[in-house]
Write a protein that binds this ligand. Structure first.
Ligand code: AGP
Length: 342
């Protein structure tokens, strides 16, 4: 499956389509001893520090949000800026990196946090990586090698592993996650709709992604993806924040993509109305309840599985926007798969 690109024009689409398998393998391959130890470290900590870069940072934000909702004190940090935070006794660190080799992350963990003698957990997609060597507990995703520069199946797999960990931490059953691979497959079945939206966005130069709660990091990831592969200037905001400035940019046809995880929908509908009143073109990827965007892809499913419906769809939108632009999504200009400079 992972060995070649036969039948696909690009690795990016191939890897997006491998996501149900990647999520299934990640969940099946979780080592219970390791993840239980990680969960008890976090449960007994006073504060949780989460670090990562790019897409892995977004996975960290989502994890942090879920823990915060459960009453945990969490600081999610962009790796290159994490070194100004002075850890204190009772902190536990979790670093997230698909490659396990990103220099900003390694620096933060190895040259900064380790000096303070705090326990650290890592989550990588590679068993043998530099990050693993500097961590006390090593967790892994099992997405398989990712060739495309854009993180796709590794992100969805990170979310699966982090949701599992979160459930153990708070002592809730993990069986709802058995539905995650099917949620991803369901999302992938809407490829035709993603293509149509991607081809519409391909003509635009700027856009917003807006969400609330868990939808915020998912919106940020949606924006990063379309920026990275389709060169569309996309900004993400918490939907409530959009009226504190960004809304000034809205005029006829400005694309606004809502990420609706099915919670606090009434508030999201208000934000949508504000955008429509200014003649924005609105899109939404919605789970559990509709909000009434001009173009709305709706998945009937459990809100707690929302990331598994939302992320693959947004990845496909970015992919098709890139292809429509004539860009090669596997090799975006100026970017490296693994960033080993500071
Ligand atoms: C994702 O599409 C990007 N290419 C980039 O943001 C990436 O996620 C970041 O460089 C971190 O990589 P890592 O997960 O290997 O640490």
């Amino acid at each position: 499956e992972e060995s070649g690109i036969i039948g696909y024009e690009h690795y990016m689409l191939k890897e997006i389509q491998e996501s149900p398998r990647a999520v299934r393998d990640t969940l099946a391959g979780i080592r219970f001893d390791q993840v239980s130890e990680a969960a008890s470290l976090i449960r007994n900590s006073e504060r949780v520090l989460v670090v990562g870069s790019g897409t892995s940072y977004h996975a960290g934000l989502l994890f942090g949000h879920l823990l915060e909702k459960e009453g945990y004190d969490v600081r999610t940090l962009i790796a290159s800026e994490a070194t100004t935070l002075r850890p204190r006794e009772g902190d536990v660190l979790i670093s997230i990196s698909q490659s396990g080799e990103t220099l900003d992350v390694l620096n933060a963990v190895k040259n900064h946090f380790k000096k303070y003698n705090i326990k650290s957990i890592s989550l990588t997609n590679r068993i043998e990586s530099a990050l693993n060597f500097v961590s006390d507990i090593r967790l892994h995703t099992r997405a398989g090698p990712e060739v495309g520069v854009a993180a796709t199946k590794t992100f969805t797999s990170q979310l699966a592993a982090l949701l599992y960990l979160k459930s153990l931490i708070v002592g809730e059953p993990t069986d709802y996650l058995e539905g995650a691979p099917a949620a991803v497959s369901n999302s992938l079945s809407q490829q035709g709709y993603a293509k149509a939206i991607g081809e519409e966005l391909c003509k635009k130069s700027d856009m917003f992604y807006l969400g609330r709660g868990m939808g915020v990091p998912l919106a940020m990831e949606g924006a990063l993806k379309i920026k990275e592969v389709a060169y569309i200037h996309a900004e993400a905001y918490p939907a409530g924040e959009s009226k504190h400035g960004p809304i000034a940019l809205i005029s006829d046809g400005f694309p606004v993509f809502f990420v609706n995880d099915g919670e606090r929908t009434a508030l999201l509908i208000n934000n949508l109305k504000e955008m429509k009143a200014r003649r924005a073109k609105t899109y939404s990827v919605s789970v559990n309840s509709r909000i009434g965007a001009d173009e709305e892809i709706y998945f009937e499913g459990d809100s707690s599985l929302a990331p598994f419906y939302i992320s693959p769809f947004l990845q496909m939108v970015a992919y098709f926007a890139a292809v429509c632009k004539g860009a090669n999504p596997d090799r975006p200009r100026n970017l490296a798969k693994t960033v080993t400079v500071e």
